[in-house]
Write a protein that binds this ligand. Sequence first.
Ligand code: GRF
Length: 221
Amino acid sequence: MTKTIGIGVLVSGNGSNLQSLIDHIEAGRLDAEIRIVVSNDPNAYALERCRKHKIISAVVDHHDYSSREDFDRQMIEIIVAAGVELVVMAGFMRILSSLFFKAFPMKIMNIHPALLPAFPGTHVQQKAIDYGVRFSGCTVHFAEEGIDSGPIIIQSVVPVYEEDTAETLAVRILREEHRIYPQAIQYYAEDRIEIIGRKVRIRSCASIPDKAVHNPPLSRF
Ligand code: GRF
């Protein structure tokens, strides 16, 4: 059954993934409504995107809180008050405490610019290049306590070329992020996601065509 799912998006920076969600929603390809965007950085460009699209946003500046738990409590209060059904971390660069994960069990998604469980953490495009992997990509997963961990929903693979820099690889990966994040949220809205232990099964649903748009194949892949 498809319903419009109320999402809360957590951001810290540019917000290109947020923009992709906005674009998919506005084009009718994602059955979601952004109830609130929360940034821990008052200068995040993602907040400007909210202003442009008249989306409610809030800033919870982590510098204003003496403990991780106090910061998380404020985040939880805002997200619950906004009526959020699914928390979507999109380039959110703060580590959340167990308090936060307990408040939204298996209701938090994250996107990571590597093929987890390889290269969790930060600067992962550079780490992938330095390691010499031939392929990297991105992962949408349910977020559990622990850095970039939790059941994997969708992954997409991109090639890593000899001449790649962290920047060129990041661009190639971001293009896939913008495709698979709306797709994963659409699966959630269609109630097609089943979590079995640490595995995710996407139930097929013949009556519902995949709404999220598929990018054309990469030209050099
Ligand atoms: C993305 O690569 C995301 O996977 C990572 O941080 C980056 C954020 O990009 N967690 P943006 O803010 O969505 O443009």
